[in-house]
Design a protein around this ligand. Structure first.
Ligand SMILES: *Cc1c(COP(=O)(O)O)cnc(C)c1O
Length: 396
């Protein structure tokens, strides 16, 4: 136990960040960092983007919070922006990713039990997935470590291996309400889902009247070079969830659904006090409008091509790099051995990156990242991994 008054729920890096602007962060010693983690895919427009800051400041002068019992122009506008730019027809706003997935699980069950008149409740998810830390979403998560010590877990979840359509078909039964997955398993090691597999999942859902839920909490809001990752595939979900990049850093989540699912939620079925609060919605509106006006998604796709090209050129031949994978600006450098030391060394040299599982260095620059910052980041990564490869060779 540490002497911190904060719960020890994170093993924290020994860095205290005090200021951020664009792609840069500064610590309490005045040291400058290039940020290639974006608060874990949150600050997709960089730190403190002016348009979002101005919208928040203006809203702070006007109205912070009213109950959801009143009509809500900011919430309406934010929802309309999302609906206009996605396959969804309605949005429920909440405060985090886990809550968005909770809402998705709840609406899927209620769709079957109230609209379809059946008693389906099971949600099938995949091994290595990550869906959140509430009791239902940690049960949905396909990783044992998040479940330890929290028994008993809620009923109604099944896990199958990713990309195993036979196992998925075998898991489907007359209680199956939904299949839920991420299109790049992010926390699980930056593992992109194969297009043919996803299309087979969609077809399976259609054959059996099962809802398809996509967890786009990390992949959404431009992160993969499309506004939503499902746009890479010829597939639309019935329900999908957003959070991380949705508000540029203010806490917000969203559960979006198509028209056939929308009526499953009626007054009293689901709620949250802070959902769609005017202040937070002002940040969401400004985030989406800025993404559109700055062509952030197109720029992310272009930056991704450049970053992947640089990484492949500079790291390609290294014996300690097994592969480079991902989609858009959600990229994993898969190392042949645990990546913790390389990550700590990169932090020392002024580049902030995070792991994804033990062996993967995860890169999450903001969507507007410049070629100069990509060059600088790749040079640092190449230097650290080349030095480590040399030490390894010398020792062996
Ligand atoms: C971060 C994340 C969550 C959980 O979001 P919180 O806001 O931390 O509750 C769920 N699913 C995915 C894919 C995530 O990346």
């Amino acid at each position: 136990m540490s002497d911190s008054a904060l719960m020890d729920t994170y093993a924290r890096f020994p860095i205290t960040l005090v200021k951020g602007k664009g792609s840069r962060l500064w610590d309490d010693q005045g040291k400058e960092y290039i940020d290639f983690m974006s608060g874990l895919a949150v600050t997709n427009l960089g730190h403190a983007p002016d348009a979002v800051k101005n919208a928040l400041v203006q809203q702070l002068d006007q109205l912070w919070h009213v109950s959801n019992l009143f009509s809500n122009p900011n919430g309406e506008k934010a929802a309309k922006l999302l609906v206009d730019h996605s396959c969804a027809d309605a949005v429920f706003f909440c405060n985090s990713g886990a809550e968005a997935n909770e809402a998705a699980i709840k609406i899927a069950r209620r769709y079957h039990q109230k609209l379809k008149g059946n008693d389906r409740y099971e949600i099938i998810t995949f091994n290595q997935s990550f869906h959140g830390r509430t009791l239902a979403t940690l049960t949905a998560t396909g990783q044992e470590k998040v479940k330890e010590g929290f028994l008993p877990l809620p009923e109604g979840f099944r896990h199958v291996p990713l990309h195993d359509i036979a196992a998925l078909e075998a898991a489907v039964n007359d209680k199956t309400a939904a299949i839920m997955l991420e299109l790049v398993q992010a926390e699980g090691g930056v593992i992109p889902v194969d297009g043919d597999f996803l299309r087979e999942v969609r077809a399976l859902c259609d054959r059996h009247g099962i809802l398809l839920i996509l967890d786009e909490i990390q992949t959404g809001m431009g992160r993969t070079g499309k506004l939503f990752a499902y746009e890479h595939y010829d597939v639309e979900p019935d329900i999908f969830t957003l959070a991380k990049g949705l508000g540029s850093g203010v806490p917000v989540g969203a559960m979006l659904a198509k028209a056939h699912v929308k009526p499953a939620f009626v007054p009293g079925a689901h709620a949250t006090t802070f959902g769609a609060t005017p202040l937070i919605m002002s940040a969401v509106i400004a985030t989406i409008e800025t993404m559109l006006s700055e062509k952030a998604v197109e720029r992310a796709a272009e930056a991704s091509d450049y970053l992947l090209k640089q990484l492949n050129e500079k790291l390609g031949g290294l014996p300690n790099v097994a592969s480079i994978r991902g989609k858009g600006l959600l990229i994993g450098i898969v190392c042949a051995a645990p990546a913790g030391e390389a990550i700590a060394e990169l932090h020392k040299r002024g580049l902030l990156v995070v792991p994804a599982g033990p062996n993967v260095i995860r890169l999450l620059p903001n969507l507007l990242v410049s070629h100069e910052d990509i060059d600088a980041a790749v040079a640092l990564i190449a230097a650290v991994l080349t030095e480590q490869a040399a030490v390894k060779t010398a020792n062996s």
